[in-house]
Design a protein around this ligand. Structure first.
Ligand SMILES: [Zn+2]
Length: 67
């Protein structure tokens, strides 16, 4: 006999993992340009944002665009 509660949590888990993989891929495929992707300030090395705030705002904007 299959435990339905166990199955449901398995499905939830794999959906969550897929969502996490997707959001990771989305930001990792963006190439660093030397400038903050959000505000355009120059950044060093292969950084893509000048601050955590810019990265969070950028990712929030991306999510809104995809809705
Ligand atoms: Zn910035």
């Amino acid at each position: 006999m299959v435990d339905i509660a166990d199955q449901a949590s398995l499905v939830e888990q794999s959906l969550l993992e897929a969502a996490l993989r997707n959001s990771k891929q989305n930001t990792e495929t963006i190439k660093p340009t030397g400038y903050c992707l959000y505000c355009g300030d120059p950044v060093e090395g292969d950084l893509r944002w000048c601050s955590v705030e810019c990265r969070d705002d950028y990712e929030r904007d991306q999510k809104l665009k995809n809705m």
